[in-house]
Design a binder for this molecule. Structure first.
Ligand code: ZN
Length: 244
């Protein structure tokens, strides 16, 4: 089976991991730009990091037969350093146009501050201008509110929802029926009521109900581990060394 990992931070992994991934059938990865655990204080370190994921990491993956793609962006934590953020916004378009860059991100909210909001919006506009998707990091604290806000702001900026990947979801933000969880949100009850099937037409024999399909166990409970890594698109463990 061939697999594709849409969110992995390979700069923090060894080449042995590339060998193991190739042996397991992973043929391509996306490496989103993010916080490294220690806030960067100069744009120069950002330039080196972006050059690394656009250049050397691509080469390193290629040595094991993996295709490497990446996303580039100003992460929400460092958006709070305005001087740095301004400088990164200057250089970002240059990297966004490089080969192998498939989206702008990770971007979004961390503490949901005014500066994070400012640079989230600026990067949404950049993505629109370049016709690139965005990879949205959702906050570790107050995740539900931050996720709803991220989506609302993306819609406000008129991004095509199919170009917006909301990542780092957990049980608060992923549709419980998809994951087989019991807890339902109020909006789901409304949606279910609206989508209730029409009663059978008069005189027609009612078909016997098929037996209920086996309900898969909730992967969140089964895994019992790093729930931050669950995404709306995949349930691969998040591989950030830092809180990515
Ligand atoms: Zn990440």
């Amino acid at each position: 089976m061939k697999m594709f990992d849409p969110h992995i931070h390979m700069t923090s992994r060894t080449t042995d991991d590339y060998a193991a991934m190739a042996a397991a059938g992973i043929v391509a990865v996306i490496e989103p730009a993010f916080w490294l655990g220690q806030p960067r204080t100069h744009v120069g370190t950002y330039i080196d990091y972006l050059s690394m994921i656009c250049g050397f990491e691509r080469f390193r993956a290629g040595q094991f037969g993996l295709r490497h793609y990446c996303t580039v962006g100003l992460n929400p934590k460092e958006a709070n350093n305005e001087e740095l953020a301004e400088a990164v916004m200057e250089i970002l378009p240059r990297y966004a146009l490089k080969e192998g860059v498939v989206a702008i991100g990770e971007l979004g909210y961390d503490e949901q501050s005014a500066l994070e909001d400012k640079y989230y919006r600026l990067q949404l506009e950049l993505a629109k201008e370049l016709s690139l998707p965005v990879m949205v990091h959702t906050p570790h604290r107050d995740k539900r509110q931050g996720t709803l806000r991220s989506m609302a702001v993306a819609l406000e900026h008129k991004l095509d929802p199919t170009y917006v990947v909301i990542d780092h979801n957990n049980e608060e933000t992923v549709l419980p029926p998809i994951l087989g969880c019991r807890r339902r949100q109020p909006w789901q009850a409304r949606a279910r009521a609206q989508a209730a099937p029409l009663p059978p037409a008069r005189g027609r024999r009612r078909e016997p109900k098929p037996p209920p399909a086996a309900r898969p166990g909730c992967p969140l409970r089964e895994r019992g581990q790093d729930r931050r890594g669950l995404s709306c698109l995949h349930v691969a463990p998040h591989s950030a060394r830092a809180q990515g």
